[in-house]
Design a protein around this ligand. Structure first.
Ligand code: DWN
Length: 413
C-alpha cells in the first residue's frame, strides 16, 4: 500500500485520529433517476501529522471530480453568510484603503457572494472559481470570473497580464486544496508588494472542542490550526501579521498575510496569543486527538438513542438543511429515512434530490406547514439562529427543534 505522507510537510502520516467508516462524497446529491445506481463510498479516515500537526484526509477523489459543473454549494443562500461577507468587504476597504485604483482577487469566488460588495463600489475585482455552475451565476452578476483551479500555473499566467492583487481573499477554500504548497506559492506570485491576503478557515481548535466531526468530509482535505497554516505560508515567503477569531462555520480564523519583507505591516500580539491558546488546548499533543474519537462515538450513540425512542413513540422527525456536513453525520450514524422522513433546503438545486448514501429526500421548506413534524433536526447547526427564525411557525403545533453537534440538544426560539 502507498506510504502516506503529510500533504504539507511530507512527514510519514501514521496517526489515525478517527475512523468515520466509508462515506460518499458529501456534495454528491442524487437525482431520482439514479437512486438505483452504484454509489462510490470512500474511507473517511482522519490523520494527524506528528511533525506539523496538520489534520488531514487522504485524497480519494481529485478536486476536478468534486468541484465540477454539478457542484451543489451556493454561498448566497444564507443571509448570515452574506452579511458576514458584506461586513468583510467594508472592513477591508476601510482598513487597507482599497479603492477604485485597487484590484481584489477572490480564490474560490463561488457565485459572487463576496466580490459583489467590492464591485458595487466600482472596485476592480476578479473571481477564480473552478465550478462552472456557480461561476456562471457570478458572471451573470457582472463579476469577471476565471473558471479554473488556482495554483502556481494560474498565478503566473494572470500576473503576466497585470492581474496582481492589492487584496486577495481566500475564504473557506484552503481546506479544499490538496496541494497546499502549490496554492500558497500562487498567492505569493499574484500579491502586489504591499498587498494583503486574508484567509478564513474553520479553526481546528473549535472542531476538537465542540466535536464538529461532521465538518470532516472528502472535499475538506485538511483541517487547520494557526500553527500549521503559519508553517505553510512562511515556507513561501509570506508572513502572518494578524489573526482574528470569527463565529462563522462553528468558529473560524481569519489570518492576515503579506510578503515577509513588507515592513509596513508589523506582526501583532494576536498571533502569538492565538498560538498559545492552541497549545493550551493541546493541539500539539497527540492525546488530545485520541479523546476526539471517543467523543465522536458518544455523539453517535446519543443521536441514535434519541431517534430510536422518538420513532418508538411514533414521532414524525424531519431534517432542516441538506448541508455537506449533514451527510458525514447521517452516513456515519447510519441514519436513513427510517429515522428521518425527509429534509428540506432553500437551495432550489438541491430540492427534489436525495442525500448521498442515505437517500433521504430533500424537499422545499414549504412542505413543513402541511407535514407538521413533531421534531426538526437542524443539520447546518452553524446557521441555527437564522433557521430557527424561519421555522418558528412550527411551534404552533408543538414542534420541537434540535441540533446534533456538539451533541444532540434541544434548541429554543
Ligand atoms: O466548506 C464548505 C462550507 C463552508 O460550506 C463547503 N465545502 C460546502 C459547504 O458546507 P455545508 O454544505 O456543510 O455548508 P453550510 O453553509 O452549513 O450548508 C447550509 C445548507 O443549509 C445549505 O444547503 C443551505 C441550507 N440552508 C437552508 O436551507 N436554509 C441554509 C440556511 C441558512 C437556511 O436558512
Amino acid at each position: 500500500m502507498k506510504k502516506k505522507l503529510c500533504r504539507l510537510c511530507n512527514h510519514p502520516l501514521e496517526v489515525m485520529v478517527a475512523d468515520l467508516g466509508m462515506s460518499p462524497l458529501s456534495n454528491a446529491y442524487i437525482r431520482p433517476e439514479n437512486l438505483q445506481s452504484k454509489e462510490n463510498f470512500y474511507p473517511l479516515h482522519v490523520y494527524i501529522c506528528e511533525n506539523c500537526y496538520l489534520m488531514q484526509l487522504e485524497e480519494f477523489e481529485s478536486p476536478d471530480q468534486i468541484f465540477n459543473e454539478q457542484y451543489a454549494y451556493f454561498s448566497s443562500y444564507s443571509n448570515t453568510w452574506l452579511k458576514h461577507s458584506e461586513d468583510y468587504a467594508n472592513m477591508m476597504i476601510n482598513k487597507f484603503g482599497i479603492n477604485k485604483n485597487s484590484k481584489v482577487i477572490e480564490l474560490a469566488s463561488n457565485d459572487g457572494y463576496l466580490l459583489q460588495f467590492f464591485a458595487k463600489k466600482d472596485i476592480p475585482v476578479l473571481g477564480i472559481e473552478p465550478s462552472a455552475n456557480v461561476a456562471d451565476i457570478a458572471m451573470s452578476k457582472g463579476i469577471p470570473t476565471l473558471v479554473e483551479f488556482f495554483g502556481k500555473e494560474t498565478a503566473k499566467r494572470i500576473s503576466k497580464i497585470g492581474n496582481k492583487a492589492d487584496l486577495i481573499a481566500a475564504n473557506n477554500v484552503l481546506a479544499h486544496v490538496p496541494d497546499l504548497n502549490d496554492f500558497v506559492a500562487g498567492i505569493k506570485i499574484i500579491l502586489k508588494s504591499q498587498g494583503v491576503v486574508t484567509i478564513e478557515f474553520p479553526h481546528l481548535l473549535n472542531l476538537m472542542k465542540y466535536n464538529q466531526f461532521d465538518t470532516i468530509y472528502h472535499e475538506h482535505f485538511s483541517y487547520f490550526s494557526l500553527y500549521a497554516v503559519k508553517k505553510n505560508v512562511e515556507n513561501h515567503g509570506l508572513k502572518v501579521f494578524d489573526v482574528e477569531e470569527l463565529p462563522t462555520h462553528g468558529g473560524s480564523l481569519r489570518i492576515y498575510l503579506c510578503h515577509d519583507n513588507d515592513s509596513s505591516k508589523p506582526v501583532t500580539s494576536n498571533v502569538n496569543n492565538l498560538l498559545d491558546k492552541e497549545d493550551q488546548a493541546g493541539l500539539r499533543d497527540l492525546k488530545t486527538y485520541i479523546q476526539f474519537h471517543e467523543n465522536i462515538k458518544e455523539t453517535k450513540r446519543r443521536l441514535l438513542e434519541f431517534l430510536i425512542q422518538a420513532k418508538r413513540e411514533g414521532k414524525k422527525v424531519i431534517g432542516y438543511g441538506a448541508p455537506a456536513k449533514g451527510n458525514t453525520l447521517l452516513n456515519y450514524c447510519g441514519i436513513r429515512s427510517d429515522f428521518i422522513d425527509f429534509t428540506v433546503d432553500t437551495i432550489p438545486y438541491k430540492q427534489g434530490l436525495y442525500l448521498p448514501g442515505t437517500h433521504i429526500p430533500i424537499k422545499s421548506p414549504d412542505v413543513i406547514q402541511n407535514e407538521k413534524p413533531d421534531y426538526i433536526i437542524i443539520l447546518p447547526w452553524n446557521f441555527k439562529d437564522e433557521i430557527l427564525q424561519k421555522i418558528s411557525f412550527a411551534k404552533d403545533w408543538g414542534c420541537r427543534f434540535f441540533i446534533p453537534i456538539p451533541g444532540l440538544q434541544e434548541v429554543f426560539i
